[in-house]
Ligand binder design. Structure first.
Ligand code: TZP
Ligand code: MG
Length: 207
């Protein structure tokens, strides 16, 4: 599936409280989200697979891929479009082997050493961050700012998406740093109106 990193929504079911995860994703996609990652640190594999299947059905025909955070088995069983792994997560070699050539596989990076160590040929994109400190990820790595983002993007041969503490007002700086897109949790998931929250990004940057 072709993918567009422009506005990358990472979900947090707890933040979607009140509005609901599916309603949030549906509204955010109408508002311009181009790719969705299901991320849930607390659900069981079974719960997450069921959630992924619901999101997959919701996104069918939209051209918006569904990526699963961390859990290879969930990605496989839900027939999601790809997998996103962090530095301490599942082996990328295994993920590529199990999910196949067509799968979209992304890796989080925070430093040059991590970029240098990344198996570039097995990856489709990298997530670079956190740009800023954020309450949305426990024990996140040292924030890199837009300067750090720009240096890593420049050194990176793959499409990249910036993440961490980013809001609509930052989209222009992310674009200037050379990233292909902006990834957010709370700027959309935690918002009263996820449709408008997503739309705000379109208004602020030519991503
Ligand atoms: N990885 C690095 S920062 C982050 C993740 C998953 C959380 C981003 O959340 P927010 O609310 O957009 O800062
Ligand atoms: Mg992870």
């Amino acid at each position: 599936m072709p993918f567009n990193l422009s506005l990358y929504l990472v979900t947090d079911a707890a933040l979607c409280d009140g509005y609901g995860l599916e309603q949030t994703v549906e509204a955010a996609v109408r508002g311009g989200v181009t790719i969705v990652q299901l991320r849930d640190k607390y659900a069981s594999d079974e719960q997450m697979t069921a959630q992924a299947k619901r999101l997959k059905a919701l996104l069918a025909g939209s051209g918006v891929p569904l990526i699963i955070n961390d859990r290879l088995q969930v990605a496989l069983e839900s027939q999601a479009d790809g997998l996103h792994v962090g530095q301490s997560d599942a082996a990328i070699e295994e993920a590529r082997q199990v999910l196949g050539e067509q799968a979209i596989i992304g890796l989080s990076i925070n430093t040059f050493a991590q970029l240098q160590a990344a198996p570039i040929a097995l990856l489709d994109y990298v997530g670079i961050g956190p740009v800023f400190a954020t309450g949305s990820k426990q024990d996140h790595a040292q924030p890199i700012g837009f300067g750090g983002l720009a240096s890593l993007v420049k050194a990176c041969p793959l499409p990249s998406v910036a993440i961490g503490g980013l809001k609509a007002e930052h989209a222009i700086s992310v674009h200037r740093a050379g990233a292909n897109g902006i990834a957010v949790i709370s700027a959309i998931c935690g918002q009263h109106d996820p449709f408008k929250a997503a739309r705000a990004f379109q208004a602020t940057a030519p991503l």
